[in-house]
Design a protein around this ligand. Structure first.
Ligand SMILES: [Zn+2]
Length: 246
């Protein structure tokens, strides 16, 4: 069985209300969250999510400023971790919210995998979700604009030891990634599990399209892996801006 190594890059941080992460929990408390880009190395080289593109656009539309040190700029972060963007075979986009798909241009050779229903929804979401996608329906140019996608429909084993599973709820077509490693199966949950607290207390993400589906997806992830990696929790980064799993 192929085994993979996972690297998480902290490519910036935002100060947001905690109830955006944990539904109806601790409103009024501000927390700092990381904007993470993931790298998988095994038989192929793969990126999962490309983080925030233009921090100013996110701040202007959503009121969520993203702070970035020079070393956290995505191209610098990749370089520091020894990752060659031109060698990336696939970029798996978990979903198309603004903070997960903003640096696709860095990966010129990659195929970009997204679920069909996520791509369709991102263009014309229900009005409350226009900002989260920086959608054309609110007059914005989405961060992924110009990307040539290879959309997929449902679940696939992309490579030996690497499986894409659907975990909708936070968004219509959210996909998470199950990764075989020497320490069992890790799940890159993306926003299906934004923080460890979501999964430990079964509190859905504060931002969701269908709340019950989001809880079912969390439960599915917990059943399917040995270790889960949340999208926006600084507990991932115990030392510095690069974290490796296992
Ligand atoms: Zn999201």
């Amino acid at each position: 069985m192929a085994s993979w190594k996972i690297t998480a890059l902290d490519t910036g941080s935002s100060l947001i209300d905690k109830s955006v992460i944990t539904y109806l929990t601790d409103p009024g408390t501000k927390i700092r969250i990381p904007r993470v880009m993931w790298y998988l190395e095994g038989p192929r080289k793969i990126i999962v999510d490309t983080s925030v593109g233009d921090p100013a656009q996110g701040e202007r539309v959503l009121g969520e400023p993203t702070a970035r040190t020079p070393e956290q700029h995505p191209d610098a972060a990749l370089k520091r971790a020894g990752i060659d963007p031109t060698a990336i075979d696939y970029v798996i986009l978990s979903h198309l919210h603004w903070d997960h798909c903003g640096n696709n241009h860095l990966f010129p050779r990659a195929k970009f995998l997204v679920q069909y229903d996520e791509l369709r929804y991102a263009i014309a979401p229900a009005p409350p979700f226009g900002k989260g996608y920086l959608a054309p329906t609110i007059g914005e140019t989405p961060p992924y604009w110009g990307t040539r996608f290879d959309p997929i429909d449902g679940e696939i084993e992309l490579e030996p030891g690497l499986r894409i599973i659907r975990c909708s709820g936070h968004s219509p077509g959210l996909q998470s990634v199950l990764v075989q490693t020497t320490d069992g199966i890790y799940c890159i949950a993306s926003d299906a599990i934004m923080s460890y607290e979501n999964a430990e207390k079964l509190i859905p993400p504060g931002f969701h399209w269908r709340i019950e589906e989001s809880v079912e997806s969390m439960q599915r992830i917990l059943r399917s892996c040995d270790h889960y990696l949340p999208a926006h929790d600084y507990a991932l980064f115990k030392e510095g801006t690069i974290a490796r799993f296992p």
